[in-house]
Design a protein around this ligand. Structure first.
Ligand SMILES: Nc1ncnc2c1ncn2[C@@H]1O[C@H](COP(=O)(O)OP(=O)(O)O)[C@@H](O)[C@H]1O
Ligand SMILES: O=c1ccn([C@@H]2O[C@H](COP(=O)(O)OP(=O)(O)O)[C@@H](O)[C@H]2O)c(=O)[nH]1
Ligand SMILES: [Mg+2]
Length: 209
């Protein structure tokens, strides 16, 4: 049985069938691989709305919500926040956006995240972009990022790399096993990486025509 709850169940005003499910692309890659940077370009060129799960969680901390302290301490340890919290934030953001094409950046980070998103929203990603980058390069980028993030210190960075290898890479491997991953060499200048990204989105658009 298909559990179709959440973003796609609202009835049209004329009482016709439920709305079409939105198109979702998961943008994955290690910390500092360039997910946010590339998403900004994709938004400009391909009309997607971009949600960074990390940014939504930081928004929760800043809003002083009841989960804020828990989220803050988990992020400072590089741990993955419970799916319930993150999926709710993503679902709300999608519902409020008015768009139907979304880049979801930095999520799902483990298998539980992946399953929870599918169960709650009924949405499977159209495809997954995976930014492949060596750890030394990611570390260099994060240490130069200067966004004032509490977790961009060497001790937490090392923890995030460990969590990425142990919990997040298996998600990428799962999507690879079902043929949904477009792997991008992210260890190149921003413009070159975007050329590869653009080729993926252009070829998908052509298939849809
Ligand atoms: N291809 C690239 N080459 C060099 N630096 C980059 C590249 N892509 C992003 N950066 C820089 O590296 C840092 C991390 O990028 P960001 O997009 O925040 O990564 P992520 O969202 O994957 O953690 C930022 O300071 C960004 O400006
Ligand atoms: O779905 C998510 C996304 C992020 N995070 C937490 O938020 C931090 C920062 O994530 P973000 O994607 O912003 O970092 P980046 O990978 O871009 O450096 C992670 O280390 C996790 O602690 C999480 O728990 N679940
Ligand atoms: Mg980011």
């Amino acid at each position: 049985m298909e559990t179709d709850v959440g973003v796609s169940t609202s009835e049209e005003a004329n009482g016709s069938a439920a709305k079409k499910k939105p198109t979702v692309v998961f943008v994955l890659g290690g910390p500092g691989s360039g997910k946010g940077t590339q998403c900004a370009y994709i938004v400009e060129h391909f009309g997607f709305t971009h949600f960074s799960a990390g940014d939504l969680l930081r928004g929760e901390i800043d809003s002083g919500s009841e989960n804020g302290l828990m989220i803050k301490s988990m992020m400072n340890e590089g741990k993955i926040v419970p799916s319930e919290v993150t999926v709710k934030l993503l679902q709300k953001a999608m519902e409020e956006s008015g768009n139907e094409k979304f880049l979801i950046d930095g999520f799902p980070r483990n298998d539980e995240n992946r399953a929870a998103f599918a169960a709650v929203t009924g949405i499977e990603p159209a495809f997954v972009l995976f930014f492949d980058c060596p750890e030394e390069e990611m570390e260099r980028r994060i240490l130069n990022r200067n966004q004032g993030r509490d977790d961009d210190n060497i001790e937490t960075i090392r923890k995030r790399f460990k969590v990425f290898l142990q919990s997040s890479l298996p998600v990428v491997q799962y999507y690879e096993s079902i043929g949904k991953v477009h792997k991008i060499d992210a260890a190149r200048p921003v413009e070159e990486v975007f050329e590869s990204v653009k080729a993926v989105f252009t070829s998908i658009n052509e298939k849809d025509d």
